[in-house]
Design a protein around this ligand. Sequence first.
Ligand code: ZN
Length: 139
Amino acid sequence: MWECPLCNRIFKNNHQSHFCADKSVGDFLTGKSDSSLALFDYFISKFEEIGPIKLYATKSMVVIAADIGFAYVINLGKSFVDVVLPFKELHEDNLCFRKMALVPGSNDYNHHLRIMYKEDINEEVFEFMKKAYAKGKNV
Ligand SMILES: [Zn+2]
């Protein structure tokens, strides 16, 4: 067991590579299952392919931000990760989102994605991730 001194995350292997965010994220991830943590790390690594990101956590979610927050990890289950991507427009024509809903009091539509396997982050999802990232740069 190894605890990263910077983010407080606990790993099986010494100096395991990971996206090292602030302690709030380490706290949020404490006690989550290995399989959902692996999915989480994979999901974050895909965003790093798109561009530089920052992570921070609130009580109920991990916020993924470029200049501003653009995606939210709202739940790490036993074997899945639930993610929300907010967009200004409704993308009804998709195969990946389980649920889409207008955020009350805003112009954003939350698009809910459940990642159960690495393969769930397919080309379609990656395109939406790029769209979401662009929104995070749009200040
Ligand atoms: Zn760390």
